[in-house]
Design a binder for this molecule. Sequence first.
Ligand code: M5T
Ligand code: MG
Length: 588
Amino acid sequence: MAMHGYNEEDDVIGKAYDSRLVGRLMGYLRPYGWRVVLAIALLLGSTGLLLVQPLLVRQAIDRDVANGTTGDLWWISILYLGSLGLLFVFRYTQAIQMVQVSQRVMNDLRLQLFRHLQRMSIAFYDANPVGRLVTRLTNDIAALDQLLTQGAITIIADVFMIVGVAIALFLINWKLALITLVVMPVLAILMRWFAVVMRNAFRRQRLHVARMNAFAAEHISGILLIQLFGRQKRDLAEFDDHSSRLQAANMSVVHQYALFEPVVAMVSAITTGVVIVVGGRLVLGETLTIGSLVAFLQLVAMYYNPVREIADRFNILQSAMAALERIFTLLDEPEGVQDSEGALELPDRIRGEVTFEGVSFAYSEGTWVLRDVSFTIAPGERVAFVGATGAGKTSLINLLLRFYDIQQGRILLDGVDIAAARQHQVRRHIGLVLQDPFIFTGTIEENIRLRDESVSIEQVRKAARLVGADRFIQQLPDGYQHKLVERGANLSTGQKQLLAFARSVAFDPEVMLVLDEATANIDSETEALIQDSLERLTARRTSIIIAHRLATVRGCDRIIVLNRGEIVEQGTHEELLALRGRYFRLWL
Ligand code: M5T
Ligand code: MG
């Protein structure tokens, strides 16, 4: 009973078999087709070997033991041992083959998923929490492994076993076989009933695991607020509630098992009893040999193993189907903005002229975020965009970097429509300075060049010097090789900011975008440092600055005032103040 950390409730309830999903999974198995065929053949072989054993015992008893001789006993023992050895080899090889197939399929799927995720739009990430996506890559893929190595293959083995045993029984004595198989309908009803009961029990179990996980994830990530508002007690009570429900669901699963096991054991015992009574009479009437009776009893015992495991199989199938459904749904999500066929190449160096031509844009239909926005920024010009919150400043940056495609108008970089140019080349010419810099695990140097081999160590140092990060980096124990932990927890906010600045100038972009939104937790000295650094970052470079600080705005060549997605005013600081319009009111 494996438990998975599902984040969603809605897809907990699912089918145990869905031919559409299985068909699609087959596509992933195809490259390893011969291994799958080999594994199934070996499986058939091992079931056959298992069935041979009771027959060998029958030979031993009937030929020798019953007659008090030892003539063939040797040979039969050797055959028996041989079949055991072969069984070992078959099973081992089969397991290895299947695990290899499973691991490769998982790896293929994981890579495909990750590649797909890399191409998804930023809008997609706004709508899908990271945790859920990571679950696709981990738990859901793991559920598949279970299906391939345990679920699917054992179900095939079980069916072989049941059919094989029935055939063997009929071959030994068809009358006794018929009597034995009379319990089959009873068993079938029992299995069906149990499968249904267990399906519901497992469903409840998964549902409560999902709810508890979701609650824990949310309330741990929101711990700051929980502590701030002193909500620990209420939270704990709620968690206790979830946890108890899960406990009850787990208990119910255990209960059903506890009930089913003895029932199956009883039916099995009754069958054995019938075989002994009826078979015993046949032996006495000399229409059945004693060896056959023993073989019969062994075979009947084999029958019950698959029966006992039916619920587990169902559970594996069900989780795997749900996982497959989620994985494929994710793979079917349309990818973000991609290069069109024959996308234009931009030259290595550009002048850095940025033009918006009648740009209108909406994230979702009907709600325009930018309306007919037109402006040109000359190479080297420094322009600030200001406006009330929600005016569309961040959106403008998103569009210039082509994180989204626009509905109307054109955005030009040196006169080339960015929608027609190669995406990575457009981004290569545009530097972005974020307010909340992201730091990756790795060294300072790696964080500045972001594994771009074309950026030399000299460029890295030059960039760091330019933004004034050089000084603090020199003071670190290992300098540029200093290791940073995840999210840069071992750096101060200001240091992280400077590092991010260095990163954005390292490849010397002609256009620089600065999201200079007031950072609350920065002291005035650091602020001055950052301000100074920004000046140098944007000097002699086309710059678009989204500023929330008057100090930053004032020094710009031009200021464009946005209001509800429209340009309402533009000019220098003095000109705009003289207008006594929006800009004037903004800084009042
Ligand atoms: C402008 C909406 C937002 C607002 C309008 C970034 C983003 C914005 N919006 C979305 O629907 N999805 C998005 O991903 O667009 O928003 P903005 O461009 O972020 O405005 P801003 O940067 O001028 O505001 P602020 O607060 O940063 O000064 O209606 O809902
Ligand atoms: Mg913004």
